[in-house]
Design a protein around this ligand. Structure first.
Ligand code: GLV
Ligand code: MN
Ligand code: MN
Length: 403
């Protein structure tokens, strides 16, 4: 069977983005569905059958003894990407799950619990705005009603897109039967920062995911003509939004440890000779202490109102998602650290389905070194050797948990 990098090589051309560079694989796009087909075929090649649950999570079970599925050990990750993302964020965890299964079989491991393999939809929230949508639906961290009403940039609702992709919108929501099957969850992910470069180690065990949320600011002004409207007569929301971007950095800098980002800004209607009537701006804020995140967003909101008023505009703020800081199960992290001969422990500023599942089941994560330290960018990387070391570490951990 293939090594981890061979598995990834098979999908190296799926969802390439010629405009942005890297990969754009939004949930339910052709690219993401092609990846799910690839994954299903890889499962079939291993004698495993893929089943998609009512929240869009793809499951498969290695259960040679035909045991009840309740309390299984589960591993997996996601296949969707941010716009113009790297090759490893998500797919490395999926390929490593397949590879670790091959390694367990080669080693002759006889599992005393089933091993589940899972792929979660819309981990990035790059289409419908809420990250980890599949795991949030599974656990009830988002209600089906709220999820179904989410819209993508074209204005399609999650309900409509899911229905067109073959899902029954009435089926979404917390799923006790599926949750009962997850006794322990372990997600392997490419590291999205420089932690392992600095530690000179190929693999780490996660200690925590720092709290984070997303807010949408809509700045309303007066749409008008670029040639006939004198500067003093303008109520230009793009000017207010630009000042707000700078204010976001200032507020973040005044609160050490804050990461605050405006990575998406959309002027409406968006014409060269048109003063915008509205600008939508998405804010991402993260801090290890949730009270700081809340205070930072409150201060940014206050600054947004002040700036908007100064330009004769108004602003509306909507929270799209918020997740508190998650400390992974310390006993499980200690056990895994022991299995991996004292591998380093790292906290991460990136969000993961594991962070959502940690609220309901003992959960752990492994990180595999990224030699550029860059992620959500085509420069994200992982050497073939480290990818294989990561899969081997995952197989070691799963072997320990399964017997
Ligand atoms: C996903 O990778 C996120 O942290 O936003
Ligand atoms: Mn990811
Ligand atoms: Mn990501």
């Amino acid at each position: 069977m293939s090594e981890t990098s061979d598995l990834l090589a098979a999908i190296a051309d799926t969802g390439r983005d010629a405009t942005r560079g890297g990969y754009s694989r939004p949930v339910f796009s052709t690219a993401e569905r092609d990846l799910v087909s690839w994954y299903t075929a890889e499962l079939a090649a291993r004698g495993l059958e893929a089943e998609t649950d009512r929240n869009g999570i793809v499951w498969a079970w290695w259960n040679p003894a035909g045991l009840p599925l309740e309390g299984a050990v589960v591993t997996g990750s996601h296949l969707d990407s941010v716009p113009g993302g790297g090759a490893f964020d998500g797919p490395l965890g999926v390929a490593s799950a397949l590879r670790s299964l091959d390694l367990l079989r080669q080693r002759g491991v006889v599992p005393s619990r089933p091993l589940g393999l899972a792929v979660f939809p819309e981990e990035e929230g790059s289409r419908f705005g809420v990250a980890c949508l599949g795991s949030r639906l599974l656990t009830g961290a988002i209600t089906a009603e709220k999820a179904l009403a989410l819209t993508d940039p074209e204005g399609n609702t999650f309900a409509d897109v899911a229905a067109r992709s073959g899902f029954d919108p009435r089926g979404f929501g917390r799923d006790e039967e599926t949750l009962a099957r997850i006794g322990t969850f372990v997600e392997l992910h490419v590291e999205q920062g420089r932690g392992l470069i600095d530690l000179d180690a190929p693999v780490a065990v996660a200690s925590s995911v720092i709290g984070h949320g997303r807010w949408r600011f809509s700045v309303h002004g007066q749409g008008n003509h670029a040639g006939t409207t004198l500067l003093e007569d303008r109520r230009d929301p793009l000017l207010a939004a630009s000042r707000l971007v700078v204010a976001v950095r200032e507020v973040a800098a005044a609160n050490p440890g804050t990461r605050a980002t405006v990575g998406r800004l959309h002027p409406v209607p968006g014409g060269t000779n048109v003063i915008a009537s509205r600008v939508d701006l998405w804010l991402d804020v993260r801090h290890p202490e949730d009270v700081v995140t809340v205070a930072v967003v409150a201060e940014i909101t206050r600054r947004a109102q002040e700036i908007a008023a100064g330009e004769g505009c108004s602003v509306e703020v909507r929270e799209e998602s918020f997740g508190a800081t998650v400390d992974f199960d310390p006993a499980l992290a200690r056990r895994i650290t022991g299995v991996l001969d004292g591998a380093p422990n790292l906290s991460t500023g990136a969000g993961h389905d594991a962070g959502i599942l940690a609220a309901v089941v003992p959960t752990a994560m492994l990180f595999t070194r990224n030699p550029t330290g860059v992620s959500h960018s085509p420069e994200e990387a992982c050497t073939d050797e480290d990818a294989e070391l990561g899969s081997t570490a995952l197989a070691d951990v799963l072997a320990d948990l399964l017997v």
